[in-house]
Design a protein around this ligand. Structure first.
Ligand code: SF4
Length: 464
């Protein structure tokens, strides 16, 4: 006789994966979940002991070590302890590039009406320091934030002044296309240990086409080089976006990252905001999954040949599967990353729930506008808007996600649900977000089942 503890299951290939409440998994024969529920597991075999030791079943109504399980659950959700730690400042909507897939609806012009005001910067920095988090990341975005160097410097100086009072662990990140990294910008970055996050879509043929600008790749690579020399090699990271064109060039993209000295790549899908809204998303996401698998396979081969190189999204999922610790990635959080982990102070004087929320606003939809930058902390972070959004931001309570075996590895995204399906709760069977995450997590499990000896040491080295 035994009692059931909460767990979920899914068939992958010829096996069944059982996942418990804290994300531990067991690979078992198909039909095992049914046998467990029908109390057909004999209490003298390995399967019984595995199920018992991993909190799938209990010999008492309340497991004796329930406090242990509770501690692990709290650890998984410990990202909630400190509340919002990532504060994004959209310094300007102006940009000096014209990306094919632009998600920020940027404008190419010189009008200062598209820049954040000094007054709003002051208010926003005050709001940021009211966050209970002992560690804050102040991330500068655009448009292209290097177009307003004087405001960038002002914001960091203002923050440093306030930090004499609050004593937080500060990280500054400049998200830039790197084509105008002049001495002034680099000197600000050096003085305040600012990290550079840039965009690199792969080889020249892809990067330049994605930006509708010949020579763009050369300028970015030069910018990366210049920044590494001025700030240190590991102070510069790059993000790629998988355009429709990229989908045919998995190996070339990985090789271009290796050639440019990077040891990791984040295979990032297009998203449905801003200018990219009109694309054929169904076919895109089908092809994206094939592309992701090709890239991952190629990277695994590279690692086997002795080249240490990480695919970042896989590493995030692996960390969730193999460790009890939370990850700081907003797309894979429940409760969602919006507000809980990230907030956006926009150039227009308003605060948004996430970067994607302000992109919706560029298209005239203010659903996720939480208030004015000049409003109080309580009005913005605990106001009616935030409370309303919170009703649909936990996978544990969303239809579809609540029963999903991957719930503990995935996240909730009310903004994307709303943007694509007109409803913050969303509908999982037709959700691209769900499709993408489900297929990727399934693929990772499939690798862990069929190629465990080969991939597990590589995956572990990525999260060490
Ligand atoms: S979004 Fe999809 S994959 Fe993620 S938890 Fe929900 S149902 Fe599962």
């Amino acid at each position: 006789m035994y009692f059931l503890l909460p767990f979920k299951f899914i068939d992958i290939d010829d096996k069944e994966i059982l996942v418990n409440e804290v994300g531990d998994y067991l690979v078992v024969e198909r039909g095992t979940a049914e046998r467990i529920v029908n109390r057909e597991i004999q209490n003298d075999g390995k399967l019984f002991y595995d199920l018992h030791a991993n909190y799938f079943i209990s010999q008492s109504r309340i497991p004796k070590l329930i406090d242990n399980l509770a501690t692990r659950y709290r650890t998984k959700k410990s990202f909630l302890n400190d509340f919002t730690s990532l504060h994004i400042f959209v310094m300007t909507l102006r940009c000096n590039q014209n990306c094919e897939y632009c998600q920020a609806s940027s404008v190419v012009c010189n009008e200062s009406s598209y820049d954040i005001s000094y007054e709003d910067l002051d208010h926003a920095i005050n709001l940021m320091y009211q966050s209970p988090s002992p560690s804050l990341t102040m991330e500068f975005q655009g448009g292209e934030p290097t177009l307003v160097p004087e405001k960038l410097e002002y914001a960091i100086q203002k923050s440093e002044e306030l930090n004499l009072l609050y004593n937080k662990r500060m990280t500054y990140v400049l998200c830039t296309n790197s084509i105008e990294l002049n001495d002034k910008i680099l000197s600000i970055c050096k003085d305040y240990q600012v990290l550079i996050s840039t965009s690199l879509d792969g080889p020249k043929e892809i990067h330049d086409v994605n930006r509708n600008k010949e020579g763009s790749y050369d300028r970015v690579v030069n910018g990366i080089q210049k920044a590494r020399e001025a700030l240190g090699f590991d102070r510069v990271s790059a993000l790629m976006t998988t355009s429709f064109l990229s989908l045919d060039y998995s190996k070339e993209i990985v090789e271009s990252y290796i050639r440019n000295g990077f040891t990791n790549i984040f295979i990032r899908a297009l998203n449905p905001y801003g200018f990219a809204r009109e694309n054929d998303w169904d076919s895109y996401f089908e092809r994206f999954i094939e592309f992701y698998k090709e890239v991952l396979d190629y990277i695994i081969e590279k690692n086997k040949q002795g080249v240490f190189f990480i695919e970042d999204f896989t590493a995030l999922i692996i960390r969730k599967i193999l460790t009890p610790f939370p990850i700081g990635f907003v797309d894979l959080q429940s409760p969602a990353g919006i507000i809980n982990s990230v907030i956006v102070y926009n150039f227009d004087g308003y605060v948004y729930a996430s970067d994607e929320s302000r992109m919706l606003a560029e298209n005239g939809d203010y659903t996720f506008r939480l208030g004015k930058i000049s409003d109080s902390y309580e009005e913005i972070f605990y106001g009616n808007k935030a409370q309303n959004i919170s009703l649909s931001w936990s996978t544990e309570s969303l239809t579809g996600c609540a029963d999903c075996a991957f719930q503990g590895y995935c996240g909730a995204d009310p903004v994307r649900n709303y943007a694509i399906q007109n409803d913050m709760i969303g509908f999982r069977p037709t959700s691209h977000f769900c499709f993408k995450h489900k297929e990727i997590i399934k693929h990772i499990f499939s690798l862990l089942i069929h190629r465990k000896d080969e991939v597990l040491p590589i995956f572990k080295s990525w999260i060490a």
